[in-house]
Structures are given as structure tokens and as C-alpha cells.
Design a protein around this ligand. Structure first.
Ligand code: GDP
Length: 441
């Protein structure tokens, strides 16, 4: 899971701080030394770490902490603020051409995830009402064109190809094609190399000149850590990037690239890839990312995902049920099938504050289990579904027999229901707190 190692370390450091009623300067210094080490181990750029620690330390030994009733929490707040600042403060949105067609050029090394990301970005844009065209301009990598076509087919998006011709011509022709076919955004999947070389940079510069893109986005693999940052610096020097897309953040337990790349290159991260599936691309919000890194969850992204996947009416009904504490097993069943649409359970739970991966045990659920769950719930009486607390030993036995499962299965389901109820309650409490403007610290 993203940032797992860093989050764990920071949490340990903060736990010690929070345990102290009053903080001395020496306590803060010691904690800062540990934070510094944790960041370096996460492969954050050395200079970035140095600057960051200096900023945090200055504030942490100041009045706002020392005179606070909860100094430990104040320090965490400062770390949070500075991490947000480091990653760019605000969401960096895509630039669209004011009239005419918006051209987005995706550049990057081979294997960074360009072709996949072209599809993912096309999907997001199409969901927001745009009419994207995917252009296959990677003429060197065997099967790159075919790969983009497959992606386009899956997403029902048009793909422009011209075989192995000069990529500059392909890019230009795709703009004409888009004009004729009413596409308002073009995403150009350019060629990559294993390493940066002159020929590649030259080709990309020529494409840039030919189609005047609104966005030149570098796709980089976050798992390569500081290499990703170096690659970004090089590409930025040659092409003046407008932003970055960090891929494979789902597998990046360290997070060094995500934390350093903006500070080093000045280019904002615009999106992050969170998995191989075409729906696994998220806009990058520094604030939410800092929250995730500090193990405070990312309730906003979760709620956003939930509202995208959920039927609004059902979501409102659910909210009502939660308010009145009448979330029953019928709703639970409904919920399980909805939740599966948002993402894998461990991804979802990592966004919830206070849920460490260890707590996931007992909550894993695969498709087969979902069928069992359905059978179990269907074997209950309407009254049992409405009020699961009445399900005693003999009822459990009857339900197991009726659904062709075991008593353990029934017990597990009831436990999962209870945990989900708590989890949703926690989410709504957080959201309510946020709306009231309460700070999370
Ligand atoms: P390209 O050579 O830059 O076009 O790279 P591809 O799009 O072919 O991607 C290379 C590999 O990375 C493929 O196996 C993708 O499925 C995988 N990939 C791309 N983005 C992500 C991501 O965000 N997370 C994970 N886990 N895998 C990704």
C-alpha cells in the first residue's frame, strides 16, 4: 500500500510525542531527527528533507506548540501543513485550450505507464463530458499501437493510428481528425525509451512544436524514487513540462518521488496512478495525500469515489439510515455490492483514518464470499435482517442450514456487518466534523 513504511514510522514518532503532556525543545529536536530519518529512508530528496525539517523545527519550537494544551498534536499539524506545502498546496488542474481542441502530450520513459495512463486519462475526461481522442504516436515499441487500441476499445474511446509513420505527422494528422470528428481533447501517447536520449527528446520537441499542446505531462513511475525525480528534471529542462502523472503509487511503500518531485522540479503532480485498472487514476490533492501519509486517512477521496459509484438516491437513503441508526442487514448487502464498485477493500480502508492494514483481517471479501453472504442474508427472516441483534444461537444454526453454509460463516458475516456499521459511522462522523469546520487534530 502506498506510503505504508513512512506512515508507520511517522505514527510511531507521533505516538511518543502525543504521550507527553508538555514538550521541551529537546523533545521536539529528538522527534525532528527521527522524522528526518524516516523521510530519508522513504527516499525523499536530501535537500528537500533538510529544508522541510528546518521549516518544521522553526515552527515546532515556537509559541504555537509550546503554549498549546496539546503540543504533540500541534507538532503533527505543523508536519501536515508543511507536507501539504511541499507537494504544491492546491490541486493542479488540467489546462484546457480556451477555444478549439486541447492537446495533451504524454511523455516518459518506457514502462512508466504512458499507454495505460492515456486510457485512464481519456476515461476521466470522457466522464467529465469531454470527447477525447487517443493518438498512437509510439511507433517504436512493438505492440504499443495495438495496446492503445485495446485500451480504447475497452473504454469505448476512439484511437487514431497511422502505423509506423513519423510521429510528428501522426500528431498533426490526429488534430485534423479530431476537428472532423468533434473531439475536443487529444491525448497523444508518445514513444518512450529505456533511458533519456537525444533522439527521443528531439522527436518530442518536434511534436510539441507541431501541435502546440496545452499540457505536456510526464508520466513517471513513483516506485523508482529519486530516479523518477531525476528523469523529471531532465524532461522538464528539455520540454518545459506543465505537470506530472505519478504512476504505480499503489505499490510505492516509500513515497520519495511523490514528496520530492514538486519541490525539485517546480512541476505540479496532476494525477496519480493507483493500480493497473483503467479506473485507477486520481487527481492529486496535496492536502489529502499528506493526510494519507500521516495515517489520518483520506475521507474526502473516499466520499468522492463513493458518490461517483453510488446511486445518489441510494446514498441519501443510506445517510438517512445512518443518522437514525437503522442501517440493517438489507442495507449491508446493498452496501457490499456497491463497495466492490469503488475499489478493493484494502484500498478503501487505507483511506479511512485509524484503519491500519492489520485491522483488515476478517474484512476481506471475494466474489465467492459475496454469493455466500447473499445466501445467508436471504435465509434470514425480515425481522432478523432489520434487527440482527436478535440472531441468537439457534437462529444462527437455522440460517446456516438454510443457506448451505456453516455457523462460523454466519458468525463471520454478523461480525463483518458490525464492523462495517462502525466504519461507516466513523466516516460520517468525520465528514460531519469537517463540515462544521472542526480541525482533525
Ligand atoms: P508505457 O511503456 O509507458 O506505455 O507503459 P504501459 O502503459 O505499458 O505500462 C507498463 C506497466 O505498468 C503495465 O503493466 C501497466 O499495467 C503498469 N501500470 C501502469 N500504471 C500503473 C499504476 O498506476 N499502478 C500499477 N500497479 N501498475 C501500473
Amino acid at each position: 500500500m502506498a506510503f505504508e513504511a513512512l506512515t508507520q514510522k511517522l505514527n510511531d514518532i507521533f505516538k511518543k510525542l502525543k504521550g507527553k503532556g508538555k514538550l521541551t525543545e529537546a523533545d521536539v529536536k529528538q522527534a525532528m531527527r527521527e522524522v528526518k530519518l524516516a523521510l530519508l529512508e522513504a527516499d525523499v530528496n536530501f535537500k528537500v528533507v533538510k529544508d522541510l525539517i528546518q521549516k518544521i523545527s522553526e515552527r515546532a519550537v515556537g509559541q504555537e506548540v509550546m503554549e498549546s494544551l496539546t503540543p504533540g498534536q500541534q507538532v503533527i499539524k505543523i508536519v501536515n501543513d508543511e507536507l501539504v506545502q511541499l507537494m504544491g498546496s492546491k490541486e493542479a488542474k488540467l489546462n484546457f485550450s480556451s477555444g478549439g481542441i486541447t492537446v495533451i502530450m504524454l511523455v516518459g520513459l518506457q514502462g512508466s505507464g504512458k499507454t495505460t495512463t492515456a486510457g485512464k486519462l481519456g476515461r476521466l475526461l470522457s466522464k467529465s463530458g469531454k470527447k477525447p481522442l487517443l493518438t498512437a504516436a509510439d511507433i517504436y515499441r512493438p505492440a504499443a499501437i495495438k495496446q492503445l487500441q485495446v485500451v480504447g476499445e475497452k473504454l469505448d474511446l476512439p484511437v487514431f493510428t497511422m502505423g509506423q509513420q513519423d510521429p510528428v505527422n501522426i500528431a498533426r494528422a490526429s488534430v485534423e481528425y479530431a476537428h472532423k470528428h468533434n473531439n475536443d481533447v487529444i491525448i497523444i501517447d508518445t514513444a518512450g525509451r529505456l533511458h533519456i536520449d537525444e533522439e527521443l527528446m528531439d522527436e518530442l520537441s518536434r511534436i510539441k512544436q507541431a501541435v502546440n499542446p496545452s499540457e505536456i505531462l510526464l508520466v513517471v513511475d513513483s516506485m523508482t524514487g529519486q530516479d523518477a525525480v531525476n528523469v523529471a528534471e531532465e524532461f522538464n529542462k528539455r520540454l518545459a513540462l506543465t505537470g506530472l502523472i505519478l504512476t504505480k503509487l499503489d505499490g510505492d511503500t516509500r513515497g520519495g518521488a511523490a514528496l520530492s518531485v514538486k519541490a525539485v522540479t517546480g512541476c505540479p503532480i496532476k494525477f496519480v496512478g493507483m493500480g493497473e485498472k483503467l479506473e485507477n487514476l486520481e487527481p492529486f490533492y496535496p492536502e489529502r495525500m499528506a493526510s494519507r501519509i500521516l495515517g489520518m486517512g483520506d475521507v474526502l477521496t473516499l466520499i468522492e469515489k463513493a458518490t461517483q459509484s453510488f446511486d445518489l438516491k441510494k446514498a441519501q437513503e443510506l445517510e438517512q439510515k445512518l443518522k437514525t441508526q437503522s442501517f440493517d442487514l438489507n442495507d449491508f448487502l446493498e452496501q457490499l455490492s456497491q463497495v466492490k464498485k469503488i475499489g478493493s477493500l484494502d484500498q478503501i480502508l487505507s483511506m479511512i483514518p485509524g484503519f491500519s492494514p492489520q485491522k483488515l483481517q476478517g474484512l476481506e471479501l471475494d466474489e465467492k464470499e459475496l454469493v455466500h453472504v447473499e445466501a445467508i442474508i436471504n435465509s434470514m427472516t425480515p425481522e432478523e435482517r432489520k434487527n440482527p441483534s436478535i440472531i441468537n444461537g439457534s437462529r444462527r444454526k437455522r440460517i446456516a442450514a438454510g443457506s448451505g453454509t456453516s455457523i462460523q460463516d454466519v458468525n463471520r458475516l454478523l461480525k463483518q456487518y458490525e464492523q462495517t456499521r462502525k466504519m461507516i459511522k466513523q466516516m460520517t462522523d468525520m465528514e460531519k466534523g469537517r463540515k462544521k469546520g472542526k480541525h482533525r487534530f
